[in-house]
Each structure stands twice: as structure tokens, then as C-alpha cells.
Design a binder for this molecule. Structure first.
Ligand code: FES
Length: 97
């Protein structure tokens, strides 16, 4: 089976990002993906450590990579979903802050 979703979001699920609130970010991403009607275009996956632990929680978006660091639930709609909703690869923000 071919996965035809346009974007893959890899949210780090390792120890530092978990301690920094990745569960809340995951909930926000899942809610916003559904609310924006992007479920067929976006796949949200857990990843291992992305080797940027000092910037936890970390998210990497493909195609890209486009990396988001210190991502917080309140940042999800503005930084991630709005760009995906335009069906264009998100520009590299480099940071949520
Ligand atoms: S634990 Fe998330 S980048 Fe290392």
C-alpha cells in the first residue's frame, strides 16, 4: 500500500522532548490536523531522538527537512498547520521562538 500523504511530521518522542512537553504538542498537532481537514495530507509520527535535545520539544517536517524547535501547543496552528494547510512545504522557521 502506498502512503500518498503529502507531509510527514516527526515529533521526537525521546526522553528530553518528552520531559519538555511533547505529549501536549502531539495532542495539539493531532487536533489541529483534524480541525484543518488535513488528515489525508499529513501523517504525524513519533521519532527517536533528533539530536537537538537542548531545543526540546523538536519537530521535523518532510518534505524538507523543516525543523521546529521548542515547539509549544500554542505555536502549532500558527507555525505548522497554517503552512501545511496552504499545501506548500512550510518554510524553515528554525525555531518556534
Ligand atoms: S530527546 Fe528529542 S531531540 Fe533528543
Amino acid at each position: 500500500m502506498i502512503d500518498e500523504r503529502r507531509f510527514r511530521l516527526y515529533l521526537c518522542a525521546a526522553i528530553h522532548c518528552s520531559a519538555a512537553g511533547r505529549a501536549a504538542v502531539h495532542r495539539a498537532l493531532a487536533q489541529q490536523i483534524a480541525a484543518a481537514g488535513l488528515g489525508d495530507a499529513v501523517e504525524l509520527r513519533d521519532s527517536g531522538c533528533q539530536n537537538r535535545c537542548e531545543d526540546a520539544p523538536n519537530l521535523t517536517v518532510w518534505p524538507g527537512p523543516v525543523r521546529y524547535r521548542r515547539l509549544q501547543p500554542a505555536d502549532v496552528a500558527r507555525l505548522v498547520i497554517a503552512r501545511l494547510h496552504d499545501d506548500a512545504p512550510p518554510s524553515d522557521s528554525g525555531s518556534a521562538r
